[in-house]
Design a protein around this ligand. Structure first.
Ligand code: CTP
Length: 379
């Protein structure tokens, strides 16, 4: 049975229709006569009175017909029967209403076309499982009590299998709870703590972490990931990752890397351990700084900086930019054999330049030749 439309004292329809692109969706849905609904985050955020950059539209039937009628640049994802239309109206996510079944926990679902009720029932949280018809009369369709949960500030799953079907929803819960300041319903919390992210591909986990990285409440979201033990995190990681994410918006660190790389590499990789090691040993000289920092990933450098390695500011703005006037070719031309001797020579010249003991090309070449012919340099 189709879910019943609810009355809507908060005027959710009016708020959605005020969003960029909503009028175009309405016109395109009338033109193509498809059965379309605003859903998911669009409805949730409209009820909350939060602004939103993209619209989520569900089509019971041919979503691509609606995409064509909207015009704009369309990217079609066949696997889940979804499409994104980008145009002057902003970004609109279109999906064909579907039911999902999970062949095994954590695997991507198998999907088949379905009606609105089934589509809402396959979703992650009640607050994301509401719809507003695009053209038909009627206001909020809320079969799972999403509006009541929004009012109480609660995240609640629709059924007990939600996190075993898709454990990435546990990371989504951390993201929404931190963003909205919501509590987790007791039963949902119990289920969430049992979510096993090991059943999910690393790419999908990384994609959810990247979305966490985009949140203003990044630190709070990562604290939940840590406290719920979804991923084994260094206790300090949430604070460090948040500080690092802040650092890459100010000079001289701006744009060295991005927030997603920081969160993903610190959470799933070895970046934090490397950064701790780097920050633990302040270099004795510019040359030692270059030797320790060069070749490190930007994420390691940013994390080491927030761990207190202030010398990295000078490394970034000065020492790392020091370039020799000579190259390996010059050493080969002087008869140095191709191989480690060339690197040894160039390192010796760079060290001398950083220490201020060479001036000009000829000087560099002299030091480089001595270095190339001498024993391996010990730091
Ligand atoms: N969804 C889900 N399970 C997932 C991912 C998404 O049920 N693992 C559903 C939710 O109903 C969600 C909708 O698909 O509302 C769209 O997903 P997404 O674009 O990731 O989220 P938004 O609701 O748009 O939220 P956000 O504000 O974070 O973009």
């Amino acid at each position: 049975m189709a879910p019943q439309a609810d009355t809507d004292p908060e005027g959710v329809r009016a708020r959605i229709e005020a969003l960029p692109g909503a009028a175009e969706v309405r016109a395109a849905a009338s033109e193509t006569a498809v059965d379309a609904f605003f859903v998911g985050g669009s409805v949730r955020d409209a009820l909350l009175g939060r602004g939103r950059a993209d619209l989520d539209v569900l089509v019971v039937g041919d979503h691509l017909a609606l995409a064509r009628a909207l015009g704009g640049e369309t990217v079609v994802h066949d696997r889940f029967a979804t499409a994104t239309v980008a145009g002057p109206h902003g970004s609109i996510d279109l999906a064909r209403a579907r039911a999902e079944s999970y062949p095994s926990p954590g695997a991507l679902p198998e999907v088949r076309p379905a009606g609105l009720a089934e589509d809402l029932a396959r979703r992650d949280f009640t607050i994301n499982a509401m719809a507003v018809p695009v053209t038909q009369p009627g206001e909020l369709i809320d079969p799972h009590g999403g509006r009541a949960d929004l009012r109480s500030g609660l995240l609640r799953v629709l059924h007990d299998g939600s996190f075993s079907d898709d454990p990435t929803r546990a990371l989504r819960a951390a993201r929404y709870a931190a963003r909205l300041g919501f509590e987790i319903d007791d039963r949902t919390l119990e289920l969430l703590r049992a979510a096993d992210l090991a059943t999910v591909s690393a790419d999908r986990v990384a994609a959810e972490l990247a979305r966490i990285a985009g949140e203003r409440e990044l630190r709070g979201a990562l604290e939940l990931v840590r406290d719920w033990e979804l991923i084994a995190l260094d206790p300090e990681l949430p604070a460090l990752a948040a500080a690092a994410a802040g650092l890459v918006s100010v000079e001289p660190w701006a744009d060295l890397t991005d927030r997603s790389a920081i969160v993903v590499d610190a959470t799933l990789g070895t970046a934090l351990a490397q950064a701790r090691a780097l920050a633990a040993e302040p270099p004795e000289s510019p040359w030692h700084a270059v030797a320790a920092a060069r070749g490190r990933s930007p994420v390691v450098l940013v994390l080491a900086r927030v761990l207190g390695a202030e010398w990295l500011d000078t490394y970034l703005t000065q020492w790392s930019r020091v370039r020799l006037e000579i190259t390996g070719e010059d050493l080969l031309a002087e008869g140095v054999e191709q191989g480690p001797a060339v690197g040894r020579g160039l390192s010796a010249a760079l060290r001398a330049k950083l220490e201020g003991t060479t001036r000009g090309r000829a000087d560099e070449l002299r030091v480089a030749l001595e270095g190339a012919r001498g024993p391996e340099m010990l730091l």
